[in-house]
Design a protein around this ligand. Structure first.
Ligand code: C5P
Length: 224
């Protein structure tokens, strides 16, 4: 197996988050976690040390990967904050909920009225905190799931969150992306973009790991 770089420490976030409403209910999304798990597995196969921080999924934990299970966006933020400092590369593939209930009911909410209004508040932007709050100086990779203006939205995200790379996918295309085994992405760098054609998430993860390690090497050599 060829290695691009000396072993690096990689953090990967994956899966959806679960935002509690009461002891038996939560808000979540359709993320399967597949892309993040495939990336974690591909980094580990390439000989790197991987920490996977994951929301609830039905997937097996990849071999040779350290694993921290989390539920809510707040839990994920805490786990990432605790480990990010010692990482060389961080890849944020989790589909973090954007909003969470303002209050979690202590007891199961009863169906007393015909309508029920939930007040939601913004979750922490974990990727957005990497540079600004956690002082992460390594290679930072985010994902962008968009339904239009893919490159433009991804580029705005790249700049706003201080990323070195955004892996963008068009979630309006049927059969790829969210909850699918296949994906097709556009790699958006500060000064270039590069399409990666449709492939299984397994094969794509291998190619993405090569691209991320090359980026990390060039950044470490002062080129990025
Ligand atoms: O802003 P948006 O949610 O589209 O950004 C997507 C990227 O940001 C993904 O890499 C996702 O993992 C990350 N993210 C995060 N914390 C959030 C929201 C998104 O880490 N609260």
């Amino acid at each position: 197996m060829s290695r691009h770089t000396a072993d690096v420490n990689v953090l990967v976030t994956a899966g959806p988050t679960r935002e509690p409403i009461d002891p038996v209910r939560f808000l979540t999304n359709r993320s399967s976690g597949k892309m993040g798990y495939e990336l974690a597995a591909a980094f580990a196969r390439a000989g790197h040390r991987v920490l996977l921080v994951s929301g609830p999924t039905s997937l097996d934990i990849p071999d040779h990967v350290d694993f921290i299970p989390v539920e809510s966006a707040a839990d994920m933020q805490q786990a990432v904050g605790q480990h990010l400092q010692r990482m060389d590369v961080a890849v944020f593939a989790a589909a973090v909920a954007d909003y969470t209930p303002a209050n979690v009911a202590d007891q199961k909410i009863k169906k007393t009225g015909d309508t029920l209004t939930l007040e939601l508040v913004k979750t922490p932007d974990i990727l957005g905190s990497a540079r600004s709050q956690f002082g992460f100086a390594g290679t930072l990779v985010g994902f962008a799931a968009e339904t239009e203006h893919l490159e433009q939205h991804a580029r705005t995200k790249l700049e706003r969150k201080g990323c070195d790379l955004i892996i963008a996918n068009d979630v309006s295309k049927p059969g790829i992306g969210f909850d699918s085994d296949r994906n097709e992405v556009l790699l958006v760098y500060p000064d270039a973009s590069e399409p990666m054609p449709e492939a299984s998430k397994h094969d794509l993860a291998h190619q993405l790991v090569q691209a991320i390690l090359e980026l990390h090497l060039s950044k470490a050599a002062g080129g990025g």
